[in-house]
Design a protein around this ligand. Structure first.
Ligand code: GDP
Length: 197
C-alpha cells in the first residue's frame, strides 16, 4: 500500500465522539517515549502528523487520522509515564478500556515496545488484557537501529520466551526503526492485507 493521503480528523477523550462512519481502524499504543509518534510519521511519510515530543505523557487523547480516505490510524496515549498523577492514570485506563471495548471497527492494535529493553510488566499486562478481551494485536519493536543485528535477535528471543510463559501462540510482530525506515513496508502490507474495506 502507498499512503497517498493522511489527514487529522479528531482528538478526544470520549469514545462516543470518535468517528461514526465505521471505517476499519488500526490503533497504536505503547509506553511514553517508545517512538510511537516517530513511527506514525514514518508510516505516513509526514514529518509532523503525530507530534514527536520531548514531554512524555503529554498527549492523553485518542487521535484519529484518516488514511487514503479508506481507514483510520488511531494514535492512543502513551502509558506508564511515572510523572502522570494517579487520577490521570485512572482516567487513562477508563477511556482506553472504553476505546477497546467499544470500537468494533478496530481491526488490530499495535503495541509498541522499545527493542532495547527487557520485557516490562506494564506492556506484558496490557497484552494480557488485550488477549483476555479478544482484541487482536501485533507487537511493534521500535528503535531497531540502536542495536546490532545479533542483539536484535537475542532480544526478540528473550521476549518470545517471556511471552511463551503465558501465551500458547506468539502474537505477530514487526521490527522497526523510524530513523532508518525499517519495517515500514511490512507494516503497510499487513494493514493492506487485513483491511477488508
Ligand atoms: P512517543 O512518545 O512514543 O511518541 O515517542 P517519540 O516518537 O516522540 O520518540 C521518543 C524519542 O525516541 C525521540 O527522541 C525520538 O527521536 C526517538 N526515536 C523514536 N524512534 C526512533 C528510532 O527508530 N530510532 C532512534 N534511534 N530513535 C528514535
Amino acid at each position: 500500500m502507498q499512503i497517498k493521503s493522511a489527514e487529522f480528523v479528531v482528538s478526544n477523550s470520549d469514545v462516543s465522539k470518535c468517528p461514526k462512519d465505521y471505517l476499519p481502524e488500526y490503533a497504536f499504543i505503547g509506553r511514553s517515549n517508545v517512538g510511537k509518534s516517530s513511527l506514525i510519521n514514518m508510516l505516513t511519510n509526514r514529518r509532523n502528523l503525530a507530534k514527536t515530543s520531548g514531554k512524555p505523557g503529554k498527549t492523553q487523547l485518542i487521535n484519529h487520522f484518516i488514511i487514503n480516505k479508506n481507514w483510520y490510524l488511531v494514535d492512543l496515549p502513551g502509558y506508564g509515564y511515572a510523572k502522570v498523577s494517579k487520577s490521570a492514570k485512572k482516567t487513562f485506563q477508563k477511556f482506553i478500556t472504553a476505546y477497546f471495548s467499544e470500537r468494533k471497527q478496530l481491526v488490530s492494535a499495535f503495541v509498541l515496545v522499545d527493542i532495547r529493553h527487557e520485557p516490562q510488566n506494564i506492556d506484558l499486562e496490557f497484552m494480557q488484557w488485550l488477549g483476555e478481551n479478544m482484541i487482536p494485536f501485533s507487537i511493534i519493536f521500535t528503535k531497531a537501529d540502536k542495536l546490532k543485528p545479533k542483539a536484535i535477535e537475542s532480544h526478540i528471543i528473550a521476549y518470545k520466551n517471556v511471552l511463551l510463559e503465558t501465551w500458547e501462540e506468539l502474537p505477530n510482530y514487526f521490527i522497526t526503526s523510524s530513523s532508518k525506515g525499517v519495517g515500514k513496508d511490512d507494516l503497510l502490507r499487513f494493514i493492506d492485507e487485513t483491511n477488508k474495506n
